[in-house]
Design a protein around this ligand. Sequence first.
Ligand SMILES: *Cc1c(COP(=O)(O)O)cnc(C)c1O
Length: 433
Amino acid sequence: MQHGELFDKAKKVIPGGVNSPVRAFNGVGGTPVFVESGKGAKIYTADGRTLTDYCCSWGAMILGHAHPVITDAVTSASGKGTTFGIATPAEVRFAERLVALVPEMEMVRAVNSGTEAVMTALRIARGVTKRNIILKFDGCYHGHSDAVLVKSGSGILTMGSSSSAGVTDGATKDTIVVPYNNLSAVEEAFSQYKDSIAAVIVEPIAGNMGLVKPLPGFLKGLREITRKNGALLICDEVINGFRFSFSSYSSTVEGVDPDLITLGKIIGGGLPLAAVGGKAKWMKELAPDGPIYQAGTLSGNPLAVAAGLAVLDELESNSPYSKLEEYGLKISSGVNNIAQEFSLPIHCVNEKGVFTIFCTKEEITDLVTAKKSDTSLYAKLFHGLLNKGIYIAPSQFECNFVSASHTMEDVEYFTASFKDVCEEIKKEAEGGR
Ligand SMILES: *Cc1c(COP(=O)(O)O)cnc(C)c1O
């Protein structure tokens, strides 16, 4: 079925025609793609096209689509009952696995989404410190719960104002927003709100304003400042976790040992599964042992946990990380060389196969610099690549992901197509002079 027709039908019954806003293509224009199925690095659209997928469900599908290890695990689990609302042996195995693999995760609780994991982490931080304020970074995304749906004001240090209708001032008045990579703003916040800050929450590598890396010393600095001031450090690794190595990202950065960590996306193997964990002394404060309430009908359900265990097993026995690194470098150096060749204001930021093609030459260190990107040029790149059968993120301010199923052929096709698209863009610009 044609995507335009599907989108028209969808808009009648689903707000905006989509179940999550970025899918509507508002960032790039045009009609959104509808996927019928996927296999490996390919997705098959409802209008009969085959696309190579670099969204990979926002990184969740690190193995690629319909990987046999996952489908076998899910198929076998589904015949045994998909949820009981009673404890199961598999969820114990899953928790043991995470605790063994992620050093800062001494205890863990399974939830259904990254949003829920972060919401719980913030509640734990406020509950154990008996303080109210959360400090977050502009451009880091932590799900759609009220306290983190905030945008910065005009100053370097601002109490967040709500970035969504329906979020009350009461829900955001205790959230401070400062620029990513700016330690002095964090220090200023602590000097102003000294004994009121419960936690600093950060994406160790930011993945929700495009890929933005931490400057040397930034994460370590956050650890030192929070420790000195009796606040918790929460690493939101919903994208980062198990993406760059077979563990958390923070555990690989010297001197960063967060109090709490959230995982999601990859650890669910493509099912709704996320986790909040950290130091046992904090995690023990959760109900039923402690006074901090948290619960979930489907939390740790056997279907999701089977997929989670399967993805971890596969990542361990068949490590993709050196391949992801190699392919990521190949794409980013290809993109950067081609941008140079056509003198287009484009550069690619890459970390082990997670990459963003920023439409600016300027170095990106935070949301303000990320926003210097030319989003209309990005839209041209997006549609140019889509015409050639390549699906990248339909927004400048997102990451693309290489999966274990991508091949060198895919990667070479990517750079060759990128070159063609740049050539078209250049010709069009010259033609229009
Ligand atoms: C995706 C994401 C979330 C939210 O996870 P959902 O499963 O979409 O609720 C939270 N934090 C980060 C860093 C994310 O990338």
